[in-house]
Design a protein around this ligand. Structure first.
Ligand SMILES: *Cc1c(COP(=O)(O)O)cnc(C)c1O
Length: 370
């Protein structure tokens, strides 16, 4: 039997009865789009994050894009504005910016945490910079005190891509509650995953929440009254019902992820496998457990040979993708090296201790190629 990288089936099997009851409730209601389930989930998720508003949307990419759209409608952002982003992120962070005809300015991460380095951010701020889009990569909060101070000093919006960080917190403040607005994804593999696509925008700004709620629904606030040229990107009733069940168990799941991470960090001792660091005062949500190894491909092959699945997040950075020839002259040596060296080990709330031990033992006997 292989050690799976992640198993959505095992995760959802734990609540199968509750999920099926919730699905039956939606089926029997006869109301499938923008109804009571979405409204209830929005209230519950906003309360979980500690913010005033949550707006359910179709997916995480749309959540990011609609935040920018919303700020455009409010006059706070405009086409051509520059937004500082980490160079090492999933491409959706970039797509949300270019979809809005704004300019992503990628910067190098901090080598220890893989997250945005406030010094590189400050160095990249120019006359057209209007926002910082921070990504809490792999479930770890970026250095929010320093980034918030920069945003305040330079009068920039601070937008969180929290797609990997549901429930990560510092001093009781949760991912999504630090910046001006935040985007979450409920893709099935995320820490809070739907049984399909889903996303949410969270914010304390009621003007922005109002814009996003209209924009996701053809730009309409009241039926057949259209304030904006909106889109159709709504969280549906079925996914909202699934998410309401799973939100109740999110903290328990994160606790289990922390347990797995602690076991890996205590158990793996290898001169060529660098372990991720977690600041003790923070609750890392451990969406992914990412090690660094100069012989990454050999390590992945070695683990595979022992029946252990692993993945690479991500093999090619956005500025090196064909989609972004406009960024081909950007040089981010650290980002590029990270993409060559990172490997994500199996991680999830249903990973058993004996499976974790197998992964640790397999890492211990890895021999670097000559
Ligand atoms: C998953 C992810 C997204 C996109 O979310 P989707 O729901 O898949 O559109 C955006 N940013 C990051 C960092 C992600 O991991």
């Amino acid at each position: 039997m292989d050690v799976p990288f992640f198993s959505a089936r095992d995760i959802n099997a734990r609540y199968a009865d509750e999920l099926k009851a919730a699905a039956a409730r939606v089926i029997d209601s006869g109301w499938y789009v923008l109804g009571e389930e979405v409204a209830a989930f929005e209230r519950e998720f906003a309360a979980y994050c500690g913010v005033r508003h949550a707006v359910g949307v179709g997916n995480g990419l749309d959540a990011l894009a609609l935040i920018l759209r919303g700020y455009k409608e409010l006059g706070a952002l405009t086409e051509g504005d520059e937004i500082i982003v980490p160079g090492n992120t999933f491409i959706a962070t970039f797509l949300a910016i270019t979809e809005n005809r704004m300019v992503p300015v990628p910067v190098e991460p901090d080598a220890a945490s893989f997250n945005l380095d406030p010094d590189s951010v400050e160095a990249a701020i120019g006359p057209r910079t209007r926002a910082i889009m921070v990504v809490h990569l792999y479930g770890q909060l970026a250095n929010m005190p320093a980034l918030l101070a920069l945003a305040r000093r330079y009068k920039l919006l601070l937008i969180e891509d929290a797609a990997q960080a549901h429930g990560a917190s510092s001093d009781g403040c949760k991912a999504g509650a630090f910046g001006d607005a935040a985007a979450f994804s409920f893709f099935p593999a995320k820490n809070l995953g739907a049984l399909g696509d889903g996303g949410a925008v969270v914010t304390n700004d009621s003007m922005l929440a109002h814009r996003v709620a209209a924009l996701r629904n053809y730009g309409s606030d009241v039926k057949y009254r259209h304030l904006f040229q909106g889109v159709n990107s709504r969280l549906d009733e079925m996914q909202a019902a699934m998410l309401r069940v799973k939100l109740k168990y999110l903290d328990e799941d994160i606790a289990r992820r922390r347990h797995v991470a602690q076991r890996y960090r205590d158990g793996i001792r290898h001169p060529h496998i660098r372990l991720p660091q977690a600041r003790s005062e923070e609750q890392h949500a451990w969406h992914l457990f990412v090690v660094r190894c100069a012989y990454r491909d050999a390590l992945q092959k070695h683990l595979h040979g022992l029946g252990i699945q692993s993945q690479v997040h991500y093999p090619v950075p956005p500025h090196r993708q064909s989609a972004y020839v406009s960024l081909r002259d950007v040089r981010l040596p650290l980002t590029e090296r990270l993409h060559d060296e990172v490997l994500s080990l199996p991680m999830g709330p249903t990973l058993r201790d004996d499976e974790v031990d197998r992964v640790i033992a397999a890492c211990q006997v890895f021999e670097c190629p000559p």
